[in-house]
Design a protein around this ligand. Structure first.
Ligand code: GRF
Length: 191
């Protein structure tokens, strides 16, 4: 019997994290991304998944809450872990209830600061800049019914200087994501 872990990734955008996770899993062989779930038909993550030969499903907000659509696909894919990597919709109760303690998210700031509704993508880095924060970072956390409020699994920090633009802050955070996220996923898969 194979002990390979099955992962699915939910993403809405560019997909740099998704690609790194897919490559990491296939290089190490201890897990595999079995499908990318995406709510935006033009998202870069879909092209990346296609290039890497990972099946995808595209759905809208209504499908996400429909037990016969996204949940039904999840039940076929039977994931050990659901990874949200730049996924912008709220995970509905029907999915949370089916996968308790099986869903993690990466947030591009140091929660509990700079989290919550509307805090995604460049809005987060803009808020960090506007507030004059001297540090930012990444947070990987369990997903529950409230945005960005599940228990924290891991954080890593980087400094923010007055001279840093919003784009500079985004780059620093992305560097942390690329460095740490796969290792955190590996750790979660081992527990
Ligand atoms: C990342 O900054 C992630 O932390 C956040 O959304 C962004 C997604 O980037 N949740 P990408 O689509 O993986 O390139």
């Amino acid at each position: 019997m194979s002990t390979q872990k099955r992962l699915v990734i939910f993403a809405s955008g560019n997909g740099s994290n998704a690609e790194t996770i897919i490559r990491h899993m296939s290089a190490k062989g201890h897990g595999a991304v079995v499908r990318v779930y995406c709510n935006a038909s033009q998202a870069g993550v879909l092209a990346r998944a296609e290039r890497l030969q990972i099946p995808t499903i595209v759905f809208d907000r209504k499908d996400l809450g429909d037990p016969e659509c996204v949940l039904a696909q999840l039940q076929k894919d039977a994931p050990d872990l659901i990874v949200l990597a730049g996924f912008l919709l709220k995970i509905p109760e029907v999915i949370l209830a089916a996968y308790p303690h099986h869903i993690i998210n990466i947030h591009p700031a140091l929660l509990p600061e700079f989290g919550g509704k509307g805090m995604y993508g460049m809005h987060v880095h803009q808020a960090v800049k506007d507030q004059g924060a001297t540090q930012t970072g990444i947070t990987v956390h369990w997903v529950n019914a409230a945005y960005d409020e599940g228990a924290i699994i891991f954080q890593a920090q980087t400094t923010v200087g007055l001279e840093d633009s919003v784009a500079d802050i985004a780059r620093k955070v992305q560097t942390l994501e690329q460095k740490h996220f796969t290792q955190v996923i590996d750790r979660v898969l081992r527990t």
